[in-house]
Design a protein around this ligand. Sequence first.
Ligand SMILES: Cc1cc2nc3c(=O)[nH]c(=O)nc-3n(C[C@H](O)[C@H](O)[C@H](O)COP(=O)(O)OP(=O)(O)OC[C@H]3O[C@@H](n4cnc5c(N)ncnc54)[C@H](O)[C@@H]3O)c2cc1C
Length: 271
Amino acid sequence: MSETVTIIGGGLAGTEAAWQLAERGCQVTLYEMRPQRQTGAHVTDRLAELVCSNSMGSTLPDRALGILKNELLRMGSLVIRTAFKHALPAGAALAVSREDFAEEITGLIGGHPNITVHRQEVTEIPAGPVIIATGPLTSGALTAQIQALTGQQHLYFYDAMAPIVVADTIDMTVAFRQSRYDRESELGGDEGDYINCPLNKEEYARFVQAVLDAPKTELKGADKELERYFEGCMPIEALAARGEKSLAFGPMRPVGLRDPRTGRRPWAAVQ
Ligand SMILES: Cc1cc2nc3c(=O)[nH]c(=O)nc-3n(C[C@H](O)[C@H](O)[C@H](O)COP(=O)(O)OP(=O)(O)OC[C@H]3O[C@@H](n4cnc5c(N)ncnc54)[C@H](O)[C@@H]3O)c2cc1C
């Protein structure tokens, strides 16, 4: 292809697309609006910055996410190759050092002879071959352009904030280190990759009640209007409200864990 391909957005999708095209001899112009214009979730000026979780999910060969990673590796994926290079101990999941990961991809993209990077917001869809890879936090002006092009009024993105447990608040005489089913990663050494806070039946019931009784953040804007959650990323309080055991069968599931105090699986666990 002799024409230059324009890619808007230097996140995971944009950098991978740029790399694949450039490696095949195409000329690529990549636009990334940060740091001139931030998104509200990204905090650095790096390309391929991971927002929120640093885990890319399972690496197991019998899981959809594991199969996908393997396929991407075989196809020469820049993102997955770099993620494995900067992996952190995380049991059977691929978690990465977000700084090292983004730093390396920024350097590789910036140094590729077929890629020109412009740090600039794109407000109109340019002519010629274009890949729009601006993700869930596409800037306002470009969102309006995409809406006009697709005829869709609402481009909707919902995400729940992950609850954070402060390490200092964990009683390590009760909590224990283990990866589910003892699937420790090779990176982690002998200690389990995860800290698990076990709960028995009564503790779990008290925990769920406390979540239900706690003050809630009110939904705003379109979220409030639609009152709809993304099932793949539910807030803990919305899950708890669905039934007493929802958390114990969801993010607090104890499967594959063994409490060393009892030698048995706990009723529930915060991992
Ligand atoms: C708050 C939040 C939390 C999330 N948590 C998770 C999580 O835990 N796990 C998970 O898998 N996914 C999570 N996601 C989804 C996450 O965004 C995607 O997994 C991933 O980042 C998508 O990659 P992307 O390349 O499509 O978009 P991004 O990585 O967001 O990259 C898009 C890039 O385009 C740039 N850009 C936007 N508009 C313009 C413009 N007009 N001109 C030029 N550049 C522009 C942005 O600055 C950004 O760098 C979360 C998203 C958000 C917003």
